[in-house]
Design a protein around this ligand. Structure first.
Ligand code: ATP
Ligand code: MG
Length: 394
């Protein structure tokens, strides 16, 4: 049910996507003696800076993907992003390659439709009402059916790109145009979701390993324009909410199978817990676990996918993370204010080392711990506010 353990130790891991999450995965893999290869569509990506070798290819190009995989013959293929030629991964898995957690999980979570239909229609999990549309006309019908306000998103996008809240039927055209600009892989399909008035939203990190399924303490987070700004752990929840959240996370991760960490995103409304989406890999809001747990989400992912046991996961302290984002596009910049940020008690900084800034691009994160989660949040925010991007071409 959790996949056969790798015989002996995996020698070679190929990471598809080389952002800040992949960088930590590479570091954790190397700690266990694994050879690492980082792949992404641009050079000098964060994980490439720590991996043994790297390749730059268009990740949605199945032929290119197959070419480097056949050349390197990795023991494990580890997707870090959604935008990959997942059909090629399905074929490679059939030919005997091992894809994390499974090629099918990567395929189903690549777009919002596959995972939403699995969660709602196959598993009967509670989700916002939803509909799909392929044209402006269809979108008008879908919005009429779901009602306003509603949320409109390209079926293939992440970090809130192309996503907007449609408040009245008059907004439909603006939302459609916005989705067409923000979507990925030239797909015109969008999802319309009922707007959920949640009290809070969480990520429930769920690990599938040879030791079974284990849940981390819930991570609360705040998103702005569909992208995460801050997260904290643990998030206060009632026993009943935790039971329901774990039931949902257990059902969706059982259905996706394999081993590794999953980030299950849930909305907490007064009377209900809603399933939102799931990442079959470490989650951005889970970076907080580098400050809170004995095994971070990256260490857990690596252990699980190598077939090693995870007997316990300990939350050592409450903690929080707060992001630093760029506000312009530049290739000439440095991250300043580290001295001030590191003067904040119980705080750390991770500078991702991305070669270019873009508007809204996450460049670093501050991590803080404290006995009190509120205090940890204040410290992380303060540390992040000390950081600044100093542009050289200004
Ligand atoms: N139906 C909804 N009702 C209310 N808020 C929503 C809804 N859908 C999304 N949101 C808000 O927008 C955020 C981003 O949505 P979602 O997770 O679907 O997009 P995403 O692009 O996949 O983001 P990411 O890649 O950062 O996880 C959510 O975390 C939530 O704050
Ligand atoms: Mg999300």
């Amino acid at each position: 049910m959790y996949g056969a353990p790798l015989s002996g130790q995996a020698k070679k891991m190929m990471l598809l996507g080389s952002g800040e999450l992949g960088k930590e995965v590479v570091i954790e893999a190397q700690r266990l003696g694994v050879e690492t290869i980082a792949v992404d569509r641009y050079a000098s990506a964060p994980a490439m800076q720590v991996a043994h070798r790297s390749y730059v290819i268009p990740m949605l190009d199945g032929e290119e993907l197959r070419r480097i995989i056949e050349q390197e013959r990795p023991d494990l293929i580890v997707p870090e992003i959604e935008a990959i030629a997942t059909q090629t991964l399905v074929e490679l898995e059939r030919e005997g390659y091992r894809v994390v957690p499974t090629a099918n999980a990567a395929r189903l979570t690549m777009d919002r439709e596959g995972i939403r239909r699995l969660a709602s229609e196959t598993l009967g999990l509670p989700t916002a009402k939803f509909a799909f549309a392929d044209s402006l006309e269809e979108l008008k019908t879908a919005v009429a059916e779901i009602g306003t306000p509603c949320v409109i998103k390209p079926i293939m996008s992440s970090s809130g790109k192309g996503q907007s809240v449609c408040r009245t039927p008059d907004d439909v055209e603006t939302s459609w145009n916005y989705a067409m600009e923000g979507g990925r892989a030239k797909k015109t399909r969008v999802i319309v979701e009922e707007f959920i008035r949640f009290d809070s939203e969480i990520t429930l990190l769920t690990v599938r390993s040879v030791s079974g399924t284990t849940y981390c303490a819930p991570i609360g987070h705040i998103q702005k324009d569909g992208d995460y700004i801050e997260s904290w752990q643990p998030h206060e929840m009632s026993e009943e909410q935790i039971r329901e959240a774990e039931r949902i996370a257990g059902a969706i991760t059982d259905a996706l199978g394999g081993t590794g960490i999953y980030g299950v995103e849930l909305f907490l409304a007064p009377d209900k817990v809603y399933f939102s989406e799931v990442s079959p890999r470490p989650h951005d809001t889970g970076m907080v676990t580098m400050a809170t747990q004995d095994l971070s989400e990256f260490a857990l992912h690596v252990r699980a996918i190598l077939g090693f046991p995870i007997p316990t996961i300990r939350l050592l302290t409450p903690g929080a993370s707060y992001t630093l984002k760029a506000d312009r596009e530049s290739e000439s910049f440095r991250i300043g204010g580290l001295e001030e940020a590191l003067s904040v008690p119980n705080s750390q900084v991770r500078v991702f080392g991305k070669p270019e800034t873009k508007i809204g691009r996450r460049m670093a994160v501050a991590l803080s711990s404290s006995d009190d989660v509120g205090q940890a949040r204040r410290q992380a925010k303060e540390a992040a506010s000390c950081l600044r991007i100093e542009y050289g071409d200004q």
